[in-house]
Write a protein that binds this ligand. Structure first.
Ligand SMILES: Cc1cc2nc3c(=O)[nH]c(=O)nc-3n(C[C@H](O)[C@H](O)[C@H](O)COP(=O)(O)OP(=O)(O)OC[C@H]3O[C@@H](n4cnc5c(N)ncnc54)[C@H](O)[C@@H]3O)c2cc1C
Length: 301
């Protein structure tokens, strides 16, 4: 029986695990990989790494420690978490059962993919999923945003503050009938292409062109310095659905200290209802969740 199982090996899970180790808890991190989405880096011809706030130094330090401390990590996917008396059973994808007095869920989100030719080939080479991280690098550039919800509107609005032109593909009337939607419709450097679909991405070393199908079926090619796929982020929360409260998007509801609705289960990072998907935020939330788990466990230690 572990004191604590941390599910997820991204910035939130790594930080929570290292904090728990420092507190001398008997902790196990269960994850499909070490590093999570910090392994993704957008490459663009004019970008220098230092221009992006990535928080990699701290993540790589914790990752290095966990690589070394093999007793504290188990590399496998988790299928489900169940309650067993006052404790929890973590069921792994290979059929294993791991038991703990407390659990931290730090499993991040999955991007909705466009699923068109060229998407895989140019992924992170001019084709990206995080305007939140990279928008400030597009001064006077041409960008194309694909998406029909809040995320796309937010991304297009941020890009519009500095880019020379922003094309928005897929935006719906419902999404556009919002304060941000109205702002975008009245912005001179934003072109909204209603009813259009991106059907292919082309390029050389980098994505350069979106092949766009108009509502009438005509296909045209549009050049852009970057193509942002900003469709829904799907939280990896299924393993605790039914055990803890989720919001309408499936994110785990947490309070400011990372407590979920179930005593003994904590959550941190992108999988939660907290604000903004960024490495340094996930790191901070991972630390908080570990300290909250420690407070919870202290009477039993
Ligand atoms: C393309 C892209 C670029 C980005 N660039 C930046 C940037 O430059 N700067 C910045 O601050 N932020 C950036 N972000 C955002 C940042 O990467 C995330 O906010 C951060 O990684 C979230 O950390 P996390 O630990 O919550 O989740 P993640 O990093 O997503 O880690 C989740 C972990 O959980 C594991 N996992 C998932 N499901 C299971 C399961 N069922 N069982 C076991 N393990 C599971 C995963 O394998 C992974 O180890 C970027 C995001 C994207 C998509």
């Amino acid at each position: 029986m572990y004191d604590l199982i941390v599910i997820g090996g991204g910035p939130a899970g790594l930080t929570a695990t290292i904090y728990a180790l420092r507190k001398r808890l008997n902790v196990l991190m269960v994850a499909k990989d070490l590093g999570g989405k910090t392994q993704w880096r957008l490459a663009l011809p004019w970008i220098e790494d230092y221009q992006v706030i990535r928080g990699l130094e701290i993540v790589n330090k914790f990752k290095g420690e966990l690589e070394y401390l093999d007793f504290a990590r188990h590399m496998e996917g988790v299928e489900k978490v169940e309650k067993e008396g006052n404790n929890f059973v973590v069921l792994t994808q290979g059929g294993g059962e791991l038991r703990a007095k407390a659990v931290i869920v730090a499993t991040g989100t999955k991007q909705t993919r466009l699923k068109v030719p060229g998407e895989k080939e140019f992924m992170m080479k001019g084709l990206c999923y995080s305007a939140l991280s990279y928008a400030p690098l597009f001064i006077d550039r041409t960008t194309l945003v694909v998406g029909d919800g809040d995320l796309a509107l937010r991304s297009a609005a941020e890009l519009a503050t500095i880019a020379q032109r922003v094309y928005m593909v897929k935006a719906t009337d419902k999404a556009l009938d919002t304060p941000l939607g109205h702002k975008l419709q009245s912005s001179e450097n934003v072109t909204i292409l209603k009813g259009h679909e991106v059907v292919e991405v082309k390029g050389d070393q980098f994505a350069r062109t979106a092949v766009v199908k108009e509502p009438g079926g005509t296909v045209k090619e549009m050049d852009a310095d970057a193509i942002f796929i900003e469709m829904a982020l799907n939280p990896n929360s299924q393993m605790v659905a039914g055990l803890v409260d989720l919001d309408e998007e499936g994110r785990i509801k947490v309070d400011i200290a990372g407590h979920t609705s179930m005593p003994g289960i904590f959550a941190a990072g992108d999988v939660t209802s907290g604000f903004a998907e960024q490495v340094l935020i996930a790191v901070g939330e991972g630390a908080k969740a570990a300290l909250s788990a420690y407070e919870y466990l202290l009477p039993q230690l």
